[in-house]
Ligand binder design. Structure first.
Ligand SMILES: Cc1cc2nc3c(=O)[nH]c(=O)nc-3n(C[C@H](O)[C@H](O)[C@H](O)COP(=O)(O)O)c2cc1C
Length: 188
């Protein structure tokens, strides 16, 4: 029997609806076509205010502590954030400031970001990748960036972004496929 892959997706947006969330949902759908997943989506907007009040992990409400534990125990972590002022938002960084320093060592991390335009697409490599380098995580080589023009009504509509999502899923799936061959749609 295939073993479901524990995927935790952190969505760093505090907006509702959210393009970042839409992009994560599209990516999860692409991964679900290739792998059996057990998915938990952590939407930062749902607890950004109480999170901001905690200056140390032992000050976190129990519900938020559970979210941090889910991030730390995931098999694949998807980290998705809107770009704010050329980087990730402060509340997003605060969440990861409270994550255990060694909790993400060797964890596969798939990087995702959205911004107003394509100009800040390198936020993936210049902002997010260094943060997860600190954690000694295994950031996957292919990340996914979407700009406002790639979405309509908070759905991914541009063929270019859809192709990038498929590429990211194609490259990620073989890393986890060992126990999941029956689910691989494209026969070898
Ligand atoms: C405070 C703030 C700062 C932003 N800064 C940038 C930026 O520096 N570069 C950029 O491309 N988009 C910037 N944006 C646009 C958002 O990144 C973009 O609209 C994103 O897709 C929003 O994601 P969401 O719908 O998931 O919240 C900014 C938006 C806000 C609210």
């Amino acid at each position: 029997m295939p073993i479901p892959l524990d995927v935790v997706a952190v969505v760093g947006s505090t907006s509702q609806p959210s393009r970042t969330r839409a992009l994560v949902d599209a990516l999860l759908s692409a991964l679900e076509e290739r792998l059996l997943l057990r998915v938990r989506v952590i939407q930062l907007g749902e607890f950004a205010r109480p999170l901001g009040q905690a200056l140390a992990r032992d000050e976190l409400p129990a519900e938020i502590e559970k979210q941090l534990q889910a991030i730390e125990s995931s098999t694949l972590l998807i980290v998705a954030t809107p770009v704010y002022r050329g980087s990730y938002p402060g509340h997003f960084k605060h969440l990861f400031d409270l994550i255990g320093q060694d909790a993400l060592v060797e964890k596969p991390v798939l990087l995702v970001a959205t911004g107003g335009t394509d100009r800040h697409a390198l936020v993936l490599d210049h902002q997010l990748r260094p943060l997860f380098a600190f954690f000694q995580s295994l950031t996957l080589p292919i990340g996914v960036y979407g700009a406002n023009a790639d979405f309509e009504n908070y759905q991914v509509t541009s063929p270019a972004l859809q192709a990038r999502i498929a590429l990211a899923a194609d490259r990620a799936a073989p890393l986890f496929i060992e126990n999941q061959r029956p689910l691989l749609r494209r026969a070898a």
